[in-house]
Ligand binder design. Structure first.
Ligand SMILES: NC(=O)C1=CN([C@@H]2O[C@H](COP(=O)(O)OP(=O)(O)OC[C@H]3O[C@@H](n4cnc5c(N)ncnc54)[C@H](OP(=O)(O)O)[C@@H]3O)[C@@H](O)[C@H]2O)[C@@H](O)CC1
Ligand SMILES: [K+]
Length: 476
């Protein structure tokens, strides 16, 4: 499991550890890991041109000490000091290792000297030591100007701890920020590393262990080993009923494809049987594509809503929401959700637009503040919310959060959500909690897409067809 903590939690773990260690130990650990990661990123340090952007705090200190290590290994390192308060011992260390430092114009106009522009333009890598966990969102004018020069010349930026300018605790990016090619973080992941839009600004995130001791986090992200541990693998005594039976109330005469695709998603999950309930013509299409599917009967969970269109039977859906079996509520089915009553067995799977409707806000507001709105809806409707997107945010009514980050951009294709809804229903029917079903479903869905895509186009059908192989690779 990957854990993400708030700044306050990180600071308290850091101060506990710092109290037991000689001064500066943690920063040296961070800087050593950072220097190694930058060296690996560059594919060698000798002769490399490295420019450090240095702000007023310890984030700049990390960058300066890492710069000193790189300079000792033959890199040409220049630190651009964006603040008169830049870390003095770090500057001294860099200079004694053969690096140099220059001050930016430092004025609020955002003007930077020409020699700084050419330094940045000619760099192999720019290291963002502007701010870390002590920063507020946004970049000051000279920092912004320097970052823009690096972007303009296509120089990759390695962010120290966090890409400067993002909101570390929410993953929001209300102001200009660094877009990193790599982020090297220390001790633990922070929320901005896992939650979009900030997560997308991090690039790959490399974690350097500095020895922090932290309790389990509220925000977690499943890894392959967790998938293996959670997946309901059948055993010798299992039969098709005990493995779970999922019922699908999806698709319509207007959207029969949604039924076929959601069914494929459910069949690609762990259940022993899939039941389809819907218009005769759609049921016929489902059985033609998937002859193993049967009709109405007892189920352990439902997937309801994908592609129901106008054929939405709100009273019937509410009956099922109030019944004992857990429900995945997707797409049009979300219109049946009300904020009265106990829905802790419900997993709602909206995209940003659907979540916006549920909360009465704009889609762009949800996109900008994904974690906040997923949590808000989970609390208001007393359901687990899986907010779809490049990174999936899952929030349970009791405040737990899971984030899924392994998707491929090729997964943004029609019907992909139907596959996910069917798969999550299958996982619920096999006995997982809504939170685990959502987290495991999102992970497997993304893994199947990555496998099917191999960096090329995919369809929802090929994603569903890849579920068994993607699952096999993860659990064996
Ligand atoms: N603690 C530890 O054990 C370890 C910590 N480590 C490292 O320390 C980092 C945290 O260091 P930190 O606390 O000094 O904060 P940090 O983010 O460098 O700067 C904050 C200062 O910047 C300013 N500022 C604010 N917003 C701004 C903006 N948008 N744009 C520009 N400037 C802005 C503001 O100061 P001001 O200029 O306003 O006076 C504020 O005080 C952490 O991320 C990790 O890298 C590692 O070494 C491992 C051990
Ligand atoms: K930074």
């Amino acid at each position: 499991m990957r854990h993400a903590y708030t700044v306050e939690q990180v600071r308290s773990a850091e101060s506990e550890l710092m109290a037991k260690l000689p001064d500066g130990t943690l920063m040296q650990r961070a800087a050593t890991g950072l220097a190694v990661a930058i060296g690996n990123f560059l594919g060698g340090t000798y002769g490399a041109r490295v420019v450090l952007l240095i702000g007023s705090g310890d984030n700049g200190g990390d960058a300066l000490y890492a710069g000193a290590r790189l300079a000792r290994r033959g890199a040409h390192v220049t630190a651009i000091l964006l603040s008169p308060k830049a870390h003095e011992p770090g500057i001294a260390a860099l200079r004694s290792a053969g690096g140099r430092s220059v001050t930016s114009a430092g004025d609020i106009s955002g003007e930077i000297y020409d020699d700084i522009v050419s330094e940045l333009a000619g760099a192999d890598v720019v290291v963002d030591g502007i701010v870390g966990i002590g920063g507020r969102p946004g970049l000051r004018p000279d920092a912004l100007a320097a970052v823009r020069v690096a972007e303009q010349y296509g120089v990759p930026i390695v962010a120290v701890d966090t890409p400067s300018g993002v909101d570390v605790d929410s993953g929001e990016t209300p102001e200009p920020h660094v877009n990193a090619a790599l982020t090297v973080t220390f001790g633990t992941h922070k929320i901005c590393h896992l939650v979009d839009p900030a997560a997308s600004a991090c690039g790959p995130v490399h974690l350097v262990d500095i020895g922090l001791d932290l309790p389990p986090a509220l925000v977690q992200s499943l890894q392959a080993a967790d998938v293996r541990a959670l997946y309901p693998v059948p055993h010798g005594e299992s039969d098709k009923y005990s493995r779970g039976v999922v019922g699908l109330m999806v698709g319509s005469t207007e959207y029969p494809g949604a039924a076929v695709i959601a069914t494929a998603g459910a069949l690609g999950g762990p259940v022993g049987m899939v039941r389809y309930v819907g218009p005769d013509a759609v049921a016929a299409a489902v059985r033609e594509a998937h002859p193993e599917v049967v009709g109405a009967g007892r189920v352990q969970a439902w997937t309801i809503g994908s592609g129901l269109g106008e054929e939405l039977d709100v009273p019937r859906i509410r009956e099922l929401l109030d019944a004992d079996e857990p429900v995945v509520l997707d797409a049009d089915g979300l219109k049946a959700l009300d904020d009265s009553g106990d829905h802790v067995d419900v997993l709602a799977t909206p995209h940003a637009g659907e979540l916006a409707r549920l909360l009465g806000v704009d889609r762009s507001t949800v996109e900008a503040e994904r974690l906040k709105h997923a949590r808000m809806a989970a609390e208001r409707y007393d359901v687990t919310v899986l907010l779809k997107g490049a990174t999936t945010v899952i929030a349970s009514p009791d405040g737990e959060v899971r984030v899924n980050t392994n998707a491929t951009p090729w997964l943004a294709t029609a019907g992909a959500g139907d596959v996910l809804a069917g798969l999550c229903g299958s996982l619920l029917a096999a006995g997982l909690t809504p939170l685990d079903a959502a987290a495991l479903g999102a992970y497997l869905h993304a893994s199947a897409a990555t496998l099917a895509s191999a960096n090329g186009p995919i369809t929802a059908t090929t994603v569903a067809q890849s579920l068994p192989e993607a699952t096999r690779r993860l659990i064996t």
